[in-house]
Design a protein around this ligand. Structure first.
Ligand SMILES: [Zn+2]
Length: 190
């Protein structure tokens, strides 16, 4: 995640639409083998000059996450502790969640955490008609949603359900290192 792609800006800014109109988030969903948000996208991406490189980049990044999960890394004595201390002190810059594993540590970037959280929220809110997520922020181990609740629904129930659904989705990637999930109601929609 070094932000050198042609879509400009740092890695965290790679959201929104590509010049062909397809969504970056949907390409990431294809790359991670998630639910097909955009059914024709895989076929389209094979021939699209914008989607094809974006998709392979997303797939490469995700394969690093998978590989890190699968390959045990035997750390030299003492090194792991020093490295982790360094990572923790630089947490703001590194932006990842550490998941201790047998023989090593899996780091899941906050960008991936934000993506999974955003997709889970979208899924939950679409299924329940509870409203829309206006923003998703991951910082210091906390996922924060700015929520626009649908007029007439109980905000407390939507927030509770959203929290539970997002934490369940994240538990597949982060085991027991689940972030706190906070929901702030910022708007009301019809
Ligand atoms: Zn395209």
């Amino acid at each position: 995640m070094n932000g050198t792609s042609g879509t400009g800006g740092p890695a965290g800014a790679r959201t929104g639409a590509l010049p062909c109109g397809r969504e970056w988030d949907d390409l990431v969903a294809v790359a991670v083998g998630g639910p097909a948000v955009d059914p024709g996208l895989s076929a389209h991406a094979e021939h699209c000059p914008y989607c094809a490189p974006a998709l392979s980049e997303a797939a490469a990044e995700w394969s690093l996450v998978r590989a890190a999960a699968e390959i045990p890394v035997p750390p030299p004595p003492g090194l792991a502790g020093r490295a982790l201390a360094a990572v923790r002190s630089a947490r703001g810059a590194v932006g990842s969640v550490e998941v201790p594993q047998e023989g090593g540590v899996l780091r899941v970037s906050e960008q991936v955490v934000a993506f999974v959280a955003r997709e889970a929220a979208r899924e939950f809110l679409a299924a329940t008609g509870g409203g829309r997520a206006r923003s998703t922020t991951v910082r210091d181990g906390t996922v924060s949603f700015g929520l626009a609740v649908r007029f007439g629904v109980a905000a407390v129930e939507v927030a509770e359900g959203l929290r539970a659904h997002v934490r369940l989705a994240l538990s597949a990637h982060l085991a027991d290192r689940l972030p706190e999930v906070t929901v702030e109601v910022v708007d009301v929609v019809d």
